[in-house]
Design a protein around this ligand. Structure first.
Ligand code: PRX
Length: 657
């Protein structure tokens, strides 16, 4: 490709185009090429999902597809029994695919591990037996706090095999977050690692975990993967080395069938309060939803495709579309341990070339970072095998879309912009790549069997091209079933507003005259940083736990790189303004409490926060300041002068480098 100015001109030209047709070469071999599947599903959504569920191996067939007697506590495929790990492993091995590569794992320093389906099954059976030997059984929650190494996949599947719901904590979260999540979920075992590698450095993990894990009386086992060789203590009777435990375990662990509604996992995600929500998914419906969507949205040909999603398994994207979706379909994936810019900013493209990646799935933030690093880093590599690109996690701005299309996809790969959530479990709104045209910036339309609307505050559908609240209007198999141990919060958070079956998403959206959905962003107190959810309350509570902080209010602020950034207004106990050292101290404190991702990008020293006469902080006004907008109505403020002071402070703010 020509120079940078030519690229700019080409991108500009693409930005003039409203629609993009699926490329003819792609359509020729696509699994779905028209909308008849949407029409079939629309005629009988439950029956249609039942048909998709039949693609899985069931040990016992279901008697009812969907049970809604107790809505919003929906049940899918009632009476059916299956084992998820059997569906991801044993059935492929039995079909003669044992030698197919499940994972091409690539370590930070270039190490390679090639793991076939047969090997993965063998490890999963031993790991399942090792857990059983420690008394872990069906219904016992197992925490998983691991970096992107193959053992994380083994651990998740081993839990699924024995019916022990897993609770994966993102490796970038702090040990304190692990403690909190283990406590909330009453985990009986934790699977972790001696240390993790990040950009050439090694950080201790097990010793960090030990620092905070006391007091969890129900946590009886810690299984430790030897990965970096960082020294750590092993407590007698509780801690076991992964390799030793697996070697000592029996090699065979038959996959026991579980009820379709048996809990598969809990994944904590941010909500409107400081306490994360334990989003709970179950087995049969979830597997049906992700297996179908992985195959058809990514147009998978398992014999020839190589799939790469460089997200982390600690997020729902990793659960559904790094682990379960690909394995349920017998796909071959690339798994990368490291950061996108280590050992260099071209590593993803190097991996795409080396492993012949055909399907690539990432977040807009990552695409924007790659844009900054320069097109040359992509163009240095042979990406001719790529045939489909995906985006997830936040709205994709048209410029990033055009760059992805042109520079990465060479103008021949459809882009699927997939809208979904931890709660939905599976993709919900996207185009099907061989059947639907793309509009940069719009996710598209609901998948077959799904229904979405944009409504006003009263739940009435708004006119086309009008912004409103996004709702999903009928149950779908991959949906969350409840919030772990908080069924009331499940009902009040998602269903009370408009009444089941209308699910309140928490996003603002509009639907255009062609029926395409344009998701705008969250309407609640959730901030989306680089496609990752954080609650304002969670960050505020971390800030005020610092001894020098009297009060803090956090808002999301538009950010060119990360979509949204965390902007914190902080009132100190003894001083009116802090200095750079204080700001750094606060950022580190938040990183320590929650994780690096939650570090406020911007800290504004506030002598006082804008409050109503009843003492409620008016975040709406803080958001106006952060966004540099005209300040809204201040008449209800106790002290309107505060706003002038804060606007001043905003000008003299201290940003993170
Ligand atoms: O606001 C939407 C945004 O991410 C939120 C869900 O976050 P989480 O549960 O962490 O799951 C992220 C990965 C599935 C949504 O409420 N979001 C996700 N995908 C998109 C998106 N916003 C716009 N376009 C998307 N494709």
């Amino acid at each position: 490709m020509a120079d940078a100015s030519q690229l700019e001109a080409d991108l500009e030209a693409l930005l003039q185009q409203e629609w993009f047709e699926p490329p003819a070469d792609f359509v020729r071999d696509a699994l779905i090429t028209d909308l008849s599947v949407h029409e079939a599903a629309e005629r009988d959504p439950v029956g249609w999902w039942e048909e998709q569920a039949r693609a899985l191996d069931w040990a016992q067939p279901w008697t009812r597809g969907l049970v809604d007697d107790d809505a919003p506590f929906y049940r899918w495929f009632e009476g059916g029994k299956l084992n998820l790990s059997h569906n991801c492993l044993d059935r492929h091995v039995a079909a003669g695919l044992g030698e197919r590569v499940a994972l091409h794992w690539h370590g930070e320093e270039g190490e390679i591990r090639t793991i076939t389906y047969a090997q993965l099954l063998a490890d999963v059976e031993r790991c399942a037996n090792a857990l059983k030997a420690r008394g872990v059984g069906a219904g016992d929650v197992v925490g998983i706090y691991l970096p992107m190494i193959p053992e994380v996949v083994v651990a998740m599947l081993a839990c699924a095999r024995i019916g022990a719901p897993h609770n994966v904590v993102f490796g970038g979260f702090s040990a304190e977050s692990v403690h909190e999540r283990m406590a909330f979920s009453n985990a009986s075992a934790l699977i972790t690692v001696d240390g993790a590698r990040r950009k050439g450095r090694t950080a201790p993990v097990k010793s960090e975990v030990d620092r905070v894990m006391d007091g969890l009386t129900h946590l009886e086992t810690i299984l430790v993967v030897r990965h970096t060789g960082v020294a750590c203590e092993m407590r007698d009777g509780r801690d076991l080395w992964w390799d030793e435990a697996l070697a000592a375990a029996a090699p065979e662990c038959p996959a026991e069938p579980f009820d379709s509604e048996h809990p598969l996992f809990i994944l904590y995600s941010s909500g409107s309060t400081a306490k994360p929500k334990g989003i709970q998914h179950t087995t049969g419906g979830y597997l049906t939803g992700i297996a179908w969507s992985f195959k058809h949205v990514f147009d998978l040909k398992p014999e020839t495709d190589v799939y790469f999603c460089p997200a982390d398994v600690g997020w729902i994207t990793g659960h559904s579309y790094i682990v379960y979706g690909p394995l349920a379909n017998g796909a071959t994936s690339v798994m990368y341990e490291g950061a996108p810019d280590y050992p260099n900013q071209g590593i993803w493209w190097e991996l795409c070339e080396r492993y012949g990646v055909t399907i690539f799935y990432t977040a807009p933030t990552a695409i924007r970072a790659c844009m900054k690093w320069g097109a040359e880093l992509v163009q240095e590599h042979d990406l001719s095998k790529l045939r489909l690109l995906g985006s997830v996690g936040e709205p994709i701005n048209p410029k990033a879309w055009a760059w992805y299309w042109l520079v990465v996809g060479g103008g021949r790969c459809p882009i699927v912009d997939t809208w979904w959530q931890t709660e939905t479990g599976q993709m919900v709104i996207t185009t099907l790549p061989g059947a639907q045209r793309m509009k940069p910036g719009s996710a598209g339309t609901p998948l077959p069997g799904m229904r979405a609307s944009v409504v006003d505050e009263e739940g009435r559908e708004v006119q086309r091209d009008t912004q409103g609240l996004l709702t999903l209007d009928r149950p779908w198999p991959g949906m969350l079933r409840t919030l772990y141990r908080e069924p009331d919060r499940y009902v009040s958070g998602y269903w009370e507003r408009f009444g089941a079956p209308t699910y309140l998403v928490g996003d603002a959206s509009r639907q255009d005259h062609d029926g395409y959905f344009w998701v705008i962003g969250r309407v609640d107190d959730v901030i989306n940083v680089s496609g990752h959810r954080l609650s304002t309350a969670e960050v505020e509570s971390a800030l005020v736990s610092h001894p020098k902080v009297a009060e803090a209010a956090v808002v999301g602020q538009s950010d060119e790189d990360t979509g949204q950034a965390i902007c914190a207004f902080v009132t100190l106990r003894d001083e009116v303004t802090g200095d750079d050292a204080m700001a750094l101290d606060l950022r580190d404190h938040v990183a320590h409490r929650i994780g690096k991702l939650a570090r406020p990008k911007r800290i504004i020293w506030a002598g006082e926060l804008p409050k109503t006469r009843s003492g409620k902080i008016m975040r709406r006004l803080l958001k106006d300041i952060a966004e540099g907008r005209e300040i809204g109505d201040v008449t209800t403020l106790r002290d309107p002068d505060v706003m002038g002071q804060l606007t001043q402070a905003m000008r003299g703010r201290g940003d993170e480098d």
